[in-house]
Design a protein around this ligand. Structure first.
Ligand SMILES: [Zn+2]
Ligand SMILES: [Zn+2]
Length: 325
C-alpha cells in the first residue's frame, strides 16, 4: 500500500537548524536530518506542504520528525540557557488542582540531547549543576506507549513532557510552543513539604512502620486534604495514595465484588515470618487504604458481608471492616 510519496515535515536549513514545514521558504537549500541528503520544500497549492528528498526516499518520515523536533527543542533550550533568558511556563497542577508558574530553566545548568534513540531515555533532558534531572522531554511516535521512566517521574518533583512526533511549531518561539503543552509530571510547591510522603521508598517504610506498632493495623480514606489531591492522613503526615502510584509502589491483586466495588490486595512477608496485608479499596467515588500485620501461621479471613451494596457504604467503611475486626 506504499503508493503515496513519503512526505516529510522537517528538514535542516543551510545553517543546520531544523525547520518545520510550517516555516519553510521557497528557494532555500535543505537537507534531511537523518541521511543528510538534499531536500526540497514543496509548497504548492495542490498537496499539503511537505519536504521531499531530491534523490533517495528511504528515510522513515516519523524518524525524521523525531530527530528534527528533538534537535529543535534542544537547540532553543540551549540558546535560552546561554543567553540567560527565562523560559516561563504555567500549568494546571494535577497534585493540588491549582495553577503554578515557574521558569523551566530555573537552576538548570545543562541541556542534554539523547542521540541513541533508547526508548526509555528522554529525548531532551535539563539537569542542574549536580546532574539532577529537572525536566525531561519525550518525543513519541504514533502508537508508542508512555515510557515507564516518564510514568515514574509523576509526583517526584521534576517536569516531564510527552510530545507527539507530529507536533509542528508555528514559529521559532519556544515559550509559545511550550505554552501549548500539558506536562505529564511537574513539581508542586505544596508537595515540597517533608510532611508529604510521595517517594516510593518512604511510602513503603511508612506502611511497614504502621503495621509494626500497636494496634498493628491502619485504615484511612484517600481524599483531598489542604488542597492536596489523593492523600491519606497518617498522623502529621499526608501520604500520597493516587491509585497508579499505589499500584506501582505496593501492587496487589484485584478482587472485584461488583462493577464499582474493587479491592486490591497485596501481602508482604516480614523477616520474622509474619505478613503484612495491604488493601486499596474503591467503592463508587470513594477510595481508602488499609493494612494489618498478621503473625506467623495466621492470615485474614476475607469474608465481607454484602453491605457494600448500600449506596452509603464507603471505601473507608470497607477498609475498617477489612482490618479492624
Ligand atoms: Zn533522509
Ligand atoms: Zn500543585
Amino acid at each position: 500500500m506504499d503508493k503515496l510519496p513519503v512526505e516529510y515535515r522537517w528538514a535542516l536549513n543551510a545553517e543546520d537548524r531544523p525547520v518545520p514545514i510550517t516555516l519553510a521558504q521557497r528557494g532555500e537549500r535543505y537537507t534531511c536530518p537523518l541521511c543528510r541528503n538534499a531536500m526540497v520544500a514543496r509548497l504548492g497549492a495542490q498537496l499539503q506542504h511537505h519536504f521531499g528528498h531530491l534523490t533517495t526516499n528511504r528515510c522513515n518520515s516519523e524518524a525524521v520528525s523525531i530527530a528534527a523536533l528533538r534537535r529543535w527543542l534542544a537547540m532553543h533550550l540551549d540558546q535560552a540557557l546561554n543567553e540567560r533568558r527565562a523560559m516561563p511556563f504555567t500549568w494546571q497542577c494535577a497534585l493540588c488542582n491549582q495553577t503554578h508558574s515557574q521558569n523551566l530553566l530555573e537552576n538548570v545548568s545543562h541541556v542534554l540531547e539523547e542521540l541513541l534513540n533508547a526508548p526509555e531515555s528522554p529525548d531532551v533532558r535539563l539537569t542542574d549543576a549536580q546532574g539532577t534531572q529537572r525536566a525531561a522531554f519525550y518525543i513519541l511516535g504514533e502508537g508508542m506507549p508512555l515510557p515507564q521512566s516518564l510514568q515514574q517521574s509523576v509526583g517526584q518533583g521534576s517536569f516531564a513532557f510527552a510530545l507527539s512526533a507530529a507536533l509542528l511549531p508555528e514559529s521559532d518561539d519556544l515559550v509559545a510552543f511550550l505554552a501549548t503543552l500539558k506536562p505529564s509530571a511537574a513539581p508542586c510547591p505544596l508537595w515540597d513539604d517533608p510532611a508529604v510522603v510521595r517517594q516510593p521508598e518512604r511510602l513503603r517504610r511508612l506502611l511497614i512502620n504502621l503495621a509494626n506498632r500497636p494496634p498493628y493495623y491502619f485504615f484511612g480514606a484517600v481524599e483531598t486534604i489542604d488542597g492536596l489531591v489523593d492523600v491519606v492522613r497518617v498522623g502529621r503526615y499526608r501520604v500520597w495514595a493516587a491509585f497508579p502510584f499505589w499500584q506501582r509502589v505496593v501492587g496487589g491483586t484485584l478482587n472485584r465484588l461488583s462493577p464499582d466495588v474493587e479491592i486490591f490486595i497485596q501481602n508482604w512477608d516480614q523477616p520474622d515470618g509474619g505478613t503484612i496485608y495491604l488493601y486499596y479499596v474503591r467503592i463508587r467515588e470513594t477510595r481508602a487504604i488499609a493494612l494489618r500485620r498478621y503473625p506467623l501461621h495466621s492470615a485474614p479471613s476475607l469474608r465481607v458481608d454484602d453491605r457494600y451494596r448500600l449506596l452509603r457504604f464507603t471505601a473507608l467503611d470497607m477498609a475498617r471492616e477489612l482490618v479492624s475486626k
